[in-house]
Structures are given as structure tokens and as C-alpha cells.
Design a protein around this ligand. Sequence first.
Ligand code: NYM
Length: 209
Amino acid sequence: MPRGAFIAVEGLDRSGKTTQVTNLETRFQAAGIDVKLLKFPDRTTAIGKMIDAYLRSQSELDDHAIHLLFSANRWELATTIERLLNEGTIVVCDRYAFSGVAFSAAKGLDLDWCRSPDVSLPAPDVTLFLDISPEKARERGGYGEERYEKEELQRKVRTIFSKISGEFSAEKWVTVDAGRSQEDVAADVWSFVEGFAAGVHSPLQRLWT
Ligand code: NYM
């Protein structure tokens, strides 16, 4: 029996990521396929609550410390992800380790240091990067109140995502122009992932290989 596919959806703030992952979940469900939607940070766990307080500026943390918490928050769910995939369930993640690296490196941390706590986490079979320019994000009403939701930082994050994308093949990392209508983006997203509905025969890989 093939295992389930591991699909990560990454993107800048205001890229419409949450709408698109919810839409993906609905489409897989409608096709009768088991799918589990996960979101990072998962703010419901004890670590997630610390992250949430930090993002809402209710606490202060060293940049390295918050980076490690984001990674620990993924490790909390790593065995669950593997189990679901082995059971044949498709796992769709709203953000994953690439956000971890992009946002922390944009703050000035060393890129290789940022990768290290995520080494050997389950690696997505495909990552869809929803790309939007800060100008388009502004047209959509701009950023929110949380930390990192500032145009200058978002520009840096976008540059780092672009650098990360260069390390992957075109099948593993797909950049989607998210500055278009929801329907157009959804059609593109589906065209890239529908092939995964039948499952994956190759073994699960690990970050950052
Ligand atoms: N973020 C997210 C990080 O800085 N590191 C990470 O590892 C992850 C998963 O959290 N601005 C940042 C990116 C977002 C913020 O995410 C909250 P969301 O998707 O808005 O809840």
C-alpha cells in the first residue's frame, strides 16, 4: 500500500495560504481521500502557547530561543505526521520548517544554524510556496498586528524563501503566484497536488536531504 503524501504549503503573510490549505482539504475529502490538515505554529500545545504569546508581543524571547521553540513545536508532531502518512493519510501542513528558517534568518540569524534543529524531521514530498509581493499584500489590507507582519521584514523573508527554493528541484518546490484571484490560485494548487491523491511509493525523506 502506498503511503500518504506530505504536502507543505508555505507563503508570506497575506498570501492566502490558510484559504488555500482549507480548500485543498475540502477537495481531497470530496475525492474520498483521508487527509489531515496541520498548522504550524500549532498554538494549542504548551510550546505553542509560548510561541503565541511571543507573536502577540505578550512576552520577550531571544531570537535563538524562539527559533528553537518553533522547531520543537514541529518535533512535537513529527511522530504523528509519520504515523498518519504510514496509514495512508495525506498530510497538508500550513507552514513548516521553511517558514522557520526564512523568518529567523530574515531577523539576522545564521541560515545554517537555523536549519540545524529541524534536521531529520519528515521532509515534505512537495512544498507549494504562495508568493505575493509586499505591494499586493498592501492592496489586500496590509499586514496584521503580530510580530513579523512588517513590510521590511516580509521583503527579507521573501528573499530567503527564494534562496531556499533554489536548493530544490522543480517537482519538490513549486512557486505559485498568489497575487491572483483565489479561484486561479486554487486551480494551480490543485493541478500541482492532484497527482498525490493516489499516494506515494517512495520512502519518506528527512530534512535537509
Ligand atoms: N513563523 C512560523 C516563524 O517565524 N517560524 C516558524 O517556524 C513558523 C512555523 O509565525 N508570521 C512565523 C510566521 C508567521 C507567524 O504564523 C505565525 P501564522 O501562519 O500567521 O499563524
